[in-house]
Ligand binder design. Structure first.
Ligand code: UGA
Length: 434
């Protein structure tokens, strides 16, 4: 099948590459000429494990194409996936201007039946708005489908090639059949495809992300409470997670959730609720607790140094919002940096993958180390903000030699407490018994 993808951000690029891998001819459209030129020359604009290999394979096989010309890409395919950004507007609601602008253009340019598939995370009612926008421009028949994406950064290909489920929201039998055909390679291997109406499908995406954000935040509160009463969150987590109604995943406490999805989607769902006079009280609490959790270790560091951080040298391991990505959107590291700098501390950070993105916004407000140990040179404390695997088993002796004071504040519960303490460090992690 020929498929067009509009937008080559995270979701668009991964969806396009995956659909090409499944044997389709995929035409990816983006307005960014430089990016399109780069992709044509085999440059993958994002960091994602194993993506480059699959991307190059499909370009070589002539199944994956890039263009800035929407009309050309539109004429090639019957199915048009929209994978456009829906950033939070000033009031927190999802900004649909990209989605609606492209819908308008599609309405003006299309010359035959199309299925317009919303892959972007969009508020309930967007399929309807896309339909109205296109209808205002054309009499040619078309269908609009909601088909949310559930991939995680860092596992994008894995999730995209082997999703837990495929959700298709559509009221058109014809569109449903076409979607079933596209996803047949998945359904053949037992991956469920769940059909529903457009609105339920749109809400499923927000509900899933918000639920996970609540799950993490709940565990963060339990972790904070563990510290108050002398319990150990690692034990509580294992005990709770063994009940398969709860499950072990997404129960890891830390310094809050970040990224381009959870914070944005929680905010947008709260905002959508407000528009219907509906208060998502649990989500409002989640936002508040998470905001606090992100910098919970700063006050610990401050207390440790008797309330004065002026001139203290803090080493920071990890800048990305989580491991295996270069994404720093809503990363806890940034909140910590901001607060520590305000308090007069000096920061040397190490994150070889995300460093470039941080440099773009922070420049020389902090220093950047070329490896994890040189970040520790003369440091008074180490703060860990991302759970990169290279941090998992460090040489504590070498660390102790490099640092002028032995203190580790671990926002990701990376180490066995005994091991760190036996190496002579003060060690503070989240919700664990010391
Ligand atoms: C999330 C969802 O997991 C995907 O299913 C969804 O498709 C995606 O958003 C999206 O809407 O596009 P992602 O933002 O890539 O994926 O990251 P996650 O792996 O979900 O992590 C989100 C945040 O939660 C990170 O800051 C992570 O460190 C934190 N987290 C996660 C915890 O603090 N504890 C956990 O146990 C799990």
């Amino acid at each position: 099948m020929n498929i067009t993808i509009v937008g080559t951000g995270y979701v668009g690029l991964v969806t396009g590459t995956t659909l090409a891998e499944l044997g389709n001819n995929v035409y990816c459209v983006d307005i960014d000429e430089k990016k399109v030129e780069g992709m044509r020359n085999g440059i993958v604009p994002i960091y994602e494990p194993n993506l480059e290999e699959m991307f190059l394979r499909n370009i070589q096989a002539q199944r994956l194409f890039f263009t800035t010309d929407l009309k050309e890409a539109l004429d090639k395919s019957e199915v048009i996936f929209l994978a456009l950004p829906t950033p939070p507007g000033e009031d927190g609601s999802a900004d649909l201007s990209y989605v609606l602008q492209v819908s308008n253009d599609i309405g003006e340019m299309m010359t035959s039946y199309k299925v317009i598939v919303n892959k972007s995370t969009v508020p309930v009612g967007t399929a309807e708005r896309v339909r109205e926008t296109i209808s205002a421009k054309t009499k040619i028949p078309f269908d609009v489908v909601s088909n949310p994406e559930f991939l995680r950064e860092g596992f994008a290909l894995e999730d995209s090639m082997n999703p837990a489920r495929v959700i298709v929201g559509s009221s058109s039998e014809k569109a449903k059949e076409i979607m079933a055909q596209i996803y047949q390679p998945f359904t053949n291997t037992g991956i469920p495809i769940i059909f529903m109406d457009e609105k339920s499908s749109e809400l499923t995406k927000y509900a899933a992300n918000s639920f996970l954000a609540v799950k993490i935040t709940f565990m963060n509160e339990i972790a904070n409470y563990c510290e108050k009463v002398g319990a150990d969150v690692d034990k509580v987590r294992l005990g709770m997670g063994s009940d398969d109604r709860i499950g072990h995943r997404f129960l890891f406490p830390g310094i809050g959730y970040g990224g381009s999805c959870f914070p944005k989607d929680v905010k947008a769902l709260i905002k959508s609720g407000k528009q219907e006079d509906f208060d998502f009280q649990i989500l409002e609490a989640t936002e508040k607790v998470n905001q606090n959790q992100k910098t919970i270790l700063v006050s610990e560091i401050e207390n440790y140094f008797g309330g004065d951080l002026k001139g203290k040298k803090i080493a920071l391991w990890g800048l990305a919002f989580k491991a295996n990505t270069d994404d720093i959107r809503e990363a806890s590291s940034l909140d910590n940096i901001k607060m520590l700098l305000e308090k007069g501390a000096e920061i040397t950070a190490y994150d070889s993958i995300a460093e470039g993105n941080v440099k773009k916004i922070l420049g020389d407000q902090i220093s950047y180390a070329k490896d994890m140990y040189s970040a520790l040179e003369n440091a008074d404390a180490l703060l860990i903000a991302t759970e990169w695997s290279e941090f998992k088993n460090p040489n504590f002796e070498l660390m102790a030699k490099k640092m002028r004071n032995r203190a580790i504040f671990d926002g990701r519960n990376m180490f066995a407490i005994e091991k760190v303490e036996n190496s002579g460090f003060y060690y503070k992690s989240i919700g664990r018994k010391t």
